[in-house]
Write a protein that binds this ligand. Structure first.
Ligand SMILES: [Zn+2]
Length: 258
């Protein structure tokens, strides 16, 4: 979290600032600038007008009449526009809500503002971010695109789907939910996914994203309540296995995920 569903929510929220002019852009916490000079970033943004609110995978892009502003939200980042958040809390977001977690602020000439509030400080802000390395957008991935994502790889299919360079937008919850729905073992290698399964998996990705978007977030999947030790598969009642796949905590059903 946040995964593409949450960042799409932020994007819609950020549409409110399109047309506004940046009055100031202080980095309250320079950590997420990845080494960029805070004064340089600020100077590049002051006086610029926000022209659009776009998204690629988990990256929010705010093109201006100068640089493109890229916002990353890490594990716990939230967007606040004019003091309001579209998502009240995120899993692992820590307790409560504290303005001390505001890492970046854009203030606008009309007195309004946009903030990134991020307890764990894994998000960040970047000017003209390189997006060429990102894989295709997960919410619209086609069977042909997914075949390319998986082609010739002996990586675990879960690790591949999480790798933003191969497929942009999915995080841990969406991948586990999708593979559970598709009946695919997360630890199976990509080259063990049969050609006939690829369109099924592509459709599972698209429909999972669409359905959980309607429900309100990546944490609203059918598997979610069973993501605790000792829980059983909501589909067939088999005790779920907990493992680490692709470096992330993974829940899988040993019965129907093969
Ligand atoms: Zn099952």
């Amino acid at each position: 979290m946040p995964e593409l569903i949450e960042v799409e929510t932020y994007r819609r929220q950020a549409e409110a600032v399109v047309g506004r002019t940046i009055a100031d852009a202080p980095a309250l916490d320079p950590l997420g600038l990845r080494g960029a000079d805070p004064d340089h970033v600020r100077a590049q943004l002051v006086g610029r007008r926000i022209e659009a609110a776009e998204r690629i995978g988990k990256l929010l892009l705010l093109p201006t009449d100068g640089p493109v502003l890229g916002l990353r939200f890490g594990m716990t980042g939230r967007l606040l526009v004019d003091g309001g958040a579209s998502i009240d809390g995120l899993l692992h977001g820590g307790q409560g809500d504290d303005p001390a977690w505001d890492r970046y602020v854009l203030t606008f000439t009309d007195g309004t503002d946009l903030r990134i509030r991020d307890p764990r400080r894994l998000g960040g802000l970047q000017l003209d971010p390189d997006t060429s390395w990102l894989g295709p957008e997960a919410s619209t991935v086609t069977a042909d695109e997914l075949a390319t994502v998986l082609a010739g790889s002996r990586t675990a299919v879960k690790a591949r789907l999480l790798d933003q360079a191969h497929l942009a937008g999915l995080g841990n919850l969406l991948v586990d939910e999708t593979l559970w729905r598709a009946g695919i073992d997360p630890a199976r290698t990509c080259d063990e996914v049969a050609p006939a399964e690829v369109p099924v998996l592509a459709e599972a990705i698209r429909t999972t994203v669409a359905e959980l978007t309607r429900r309100g977030g990546s944490h609203t999947g059918d598997l979610q309540a069973a993501r605790v030790p000792g829980a059983s598969c909501p589909r067939d009642g088999t005790p779920l296995e907990r493992a680490t796949v692709g470096g992330r905590t993974t829940y899988r059903c040993p019965r129907h995920q093969r």
